[in-house]
Design a protein around this ligand. Structure first.
Ligand code: NAP
Length: 281
């Protein structure tokens, strides 16, 4: 069984980004990411803290704005216009009084480093992607780094969220990935029938240990996106110990998709800074 090591991939990307930010700083540019948080949420804060650490190591300026829901649109408008801000992120969850679609529509798509605006999701749908949703991109990046071919493969994704499952299906349907994609959700009648058919199985449900060895085909590749805390321990959606003898390759939790997602977010910030700098020339 091959362990698909997300930390190793993240380290490699991070080293490339450190070089790129050095080159940008020689031109007087410091990439900047601003995260807007509208509620106090523990799991969201722990994700933000890990972003802060990675941003600092790379040389990205990171600012967290904890704001009242009423002020979000005014703040977004000013961040959209600011020449010093290259990436804008809205922390999850958002305040219940906010219309999330209106918030997303208010982010400049060129600074939408999470790939969540209707414009960027629409571009992906049209086969002309710009910024991709980072978690979905992380799944594909892990497969690519380990030379796991997706072309013509049956790929089953469990979970249809707009953050992971749906955009991932769109990426895998792009001609250069050319997979045959099945998406499962709580309305799926026979989950095992679909997961057992998968050459590559991606699980993003937030249900600890949902998938065990009875769900996977011998020799399959499994990517576990899930993050769950059980008895104070971080676990995925896949029962790792149970499936490890059956699968050919699998991502661990922690140390799989998570670190790659964070570093790809930072890559989008650096790319955005480069793009904005080029536009100004
Ligand atoms: N590693 C990372 O970087 C990263 C990033 C983002 C998220 N995550 C983690 O990934 C997991 C999923 O996140 P999300 O934002 O996509 O969650 P979400 O919005 O809650 O979506 C979960 C999806 O899983 C489906 N689902 C839930 N239980 C199921 C079951 N028993 N059988 C089949 N489908 C089921 C749901 O189906 P319905 O649509 O029918 O409800 C839904 O489509 C969470 O653990 C989250 O913390 C990790």
């Amino acid at each position: 069984m091959l362990l698909l090591d997300g930390k190793l991939i993240a380290k490699k990307v991070e080293e490339e980004l450190i070089e790129e930010t050095k080159q940008l700083s020689e031109k007087g540019i410091t990439p900047k990411l601003v995260t807007i948080s509208t509620v106090k949420d523990e799991s969201s804060y722990s994700y933000i803290k890990s972003q802060m650490k990675v941003a600092k190591r790379i040389g990205i300026d990171f600012e967290l704005l904890e704001v009242k829901a009423d002020n979000v649109f005014e703040i977004l408008s000013s961040l959209n216009q600011s020449k010093d801000v290259h990436g804008i992120m809205i922390a999850h969850p958002v305040d219940k009084t906010l219309d999330e679609l209106r918030v997303l529509k208010s982010i400049n798509p060129e600074k939408d480093v999470e790939g969540r605006t209707p414009e960027n999701l629409g571009k992906l749908m049209l086969g002309k992607p710009s910024f991709l949703p980072c978690t979905a991109e992380a799944v594909v990046r892990i497969l690519t780094e380990y030379s796991i071919d997706t072309k013509g493969k049956n790929i089953t994704i469990v979970g249809r969220s707009t953050t992971v499952g749906k955009p991932l299906s769109m990426i895998l349907l792009l001609k250069n990935y050319n997979a045959t994609v099945t998406i499962c959700h709580t309305g799926t009648v026979d989950l095992k029938q679909h997961t057992r058919n998968a050459d590559i199985l991606v699980v993003a449900t937030g249900k600890a240990m949902l998938i065990n060895s009875t769900h996977v085909k011998e020799g399959a590749v499994v990517v576990d996106v899930g993050i769950n805390f059980v008895d104070g321990k971080l676990v995925g959606d896949v029962d790792f110990d149970d499936v490890k003898e059956t699968v050919n390759a699998i991502t661990p939790v922690p140390g799989g998709v998570g670190p790659v997602t964070t570093v790809l977010l930072m890559k989008n910030v650096v790319d955005s800074a480069k793009r904005i700098a080029e536009d100004e020339v």
